[in-house]
Design a protein around this ligand. Sequence first.
Ligand SMILES: *[C@@H]1O[C@H](CO)[C@@H](O)[C@H](O)[C@H]1NC(C)=O
Ligand SMILES: *[C@@H]1O[C@H](CO)[C@@H](O)[C@H](O)[C@H]1NC(C)=O
Ligand SMILES: *[C@@H]1O[C@H](CO)[C@@H](O)[C@H](O)[C@H]1NC(C)=O
Ligand SMILES: *[C@@H]1O[C@H](CO)[C@@H](O)[C@H](O)[C@H]1NC(C)=O
Ligand SMILES: *[C@@H]1O[C@H](CO)[C@@H](O)[C@H](O)[C@H]1NC(C)=O
Length: 434
Amino acid sequence: MLAVFVLAFQHAVAHGVQVADVVLSCSYIEEGGGMTGSHFIRSPATVVLKDLPMNSDFSPETITPYIPPVTPNPDDLIFETTTSSVEIPEAESLLHADCNEQEVICELSSYIPRGAKSDSVPAHFIASVQLEGGGVGFTLVLQAMSNEEAESKAASLMQSKLQLPLSQWGTLITDAVFVVFSRAPSIAVSIGQDIVLDCGYRQRDTPTELNLGLEWRWQYRGHGRTILDMKETAAGTHVKMDRNETSANSTLLVREGNASLTMENLKVSDEGTYICTITSEPFQTQQIVQLNIIQPPRVFFTENKITFPDESPKRLSCHCDRYYPLDVKVEWFSQLPSETENVSLTDESSLSSHRQNSDGTYSLSSFLIVHPSKHPIGTVFTCRVSHFGLKTPSDVNLTVLTPEPGQLASLVENYWVILLTLILSILFLYQASR
Ligand SMILES: *[C@@H]1O[C@H](CO)[C@@H](O)[C@H](O)[C@H]1NC(C)=O
Ligand SMILES: *[C@@H]1O[C@H](CO)[C@@H](O)[C@H](O)[C@H]1NC(C)=O
Ligand SMILES: *[C@@H]1O[C@H](CO)[C@@H](O)[C@H](O)[C@H]1NC(C)=O
Ligand SMILES: *[C@@H]1O[C@H](CO)[C@@H](O)[C@H](O)[C@H]1NC(C)=O
Ligand SMILES: *[C@@H]1O[C@H](CO)[C@@H](O)[C@H](O)[C@H]1NC(C)=O
């Protein structure tokens, strides 16, 4: 499943722009019939993206050049792909992936353009390239050389699996003809924010008539629906939407290949996988954008102060309010005024159950019983909350204070009331027993 990224590069400064060859280790996937029903067969393959334009900030000496095999092997699957007619934006993130030890997932399979027969020439392939942990993601349609072109180049060797002519150095020469990409295929946002889900496409040959489709579909845990469905024809634009405060710009879609989806006022229920599908005859391809909602908790004590007016224990409640996703960790510490080290009290604490709020966020409380005998005045209690949305855990403190004179006075008053009641009761009993 995972392709280790090998990487390479060539030279060259063409028209003042640095270019590099990027070599990807991929899997070629075929549906295998077989006795037990359909399953997939994976074969190792290589995709060499030729002459990708690069930002100036990369240093060629850090990169090992790509060297084709010395003796062409008809069993090798090496797709040598020119990308000059469809620009893959931010392709340099592929080069950085190697340095950042990011995994690159590259999968290839055969592709049949719409309206074409399965054995039609030239053959087409589709490659999906995704970087784990950020960077560009794209799905690329490759067109193989037609047999005539190959014959004119007097290719003699045929690739054994695909029965397609190989170049003299044993590669399948292909041209990128269509790409759907996202420069931000995974994003995390908090509730109420507005975002743009990035998606775009490029096509080598402009179709003769305008017939363009954009669909944004949302999927989450087995549920799914089409959020936006846009059709562009000579007759005009037709849009269907299934989310308020959502839009795509049809002018940008047609003129710039920009299929981005703008969503305002995000809610927990917007979390999920968004599939951007572009239909531009004769191709239809998609790219996934993952949207995660991350809302850090607000952390506070329900009590605004703590005192021990008498010997009875007190309960502290630390509240984590309106967070998402569900996982949250609460820890307790106490620090005596005389000590430099703290004591963990997490094991003595208890948790309420999660409550789900109407906006989909969660709330939770943690409780700790504290005793005046163990926690003298000046003790600092800390409630520490860790959550995916917090860069560092959130601490709140509560210090044991001297009981206020009012509290003491009332205690003294109580004392007198009790004593008086007692005396009266004794007198009463004494009277009654006579
Ligand atoms: C599309 O347009 C939006 C809004 O102008 C912009 O933020 C975004 O970067 C563009 N995306 C692509 C893929 O061109
Ligand atoms: C859009 O907003 C209207 C009015 O606030 C509401 O009735 C409708 O259900 C909303 N539609 C969706 C898809 O959320
Ligand atoms: C679409 O984008 C174009 C170019 O940026 C802009 O002029 C136009 O106002 C946008 N249309 C809408 C409906 O936002
Ligand atoms: C308590 O001590 C532990 C271990 O030294 C430390 O990790 C933790 O941050 C301290 N807690 C507080 C609230 O300072
Ligand atoms: C809370 O108390 C701990 C331990 O006494 C201290 O290290 C920390 O700075 C305090 N934090 C806040 C936010 O007051």
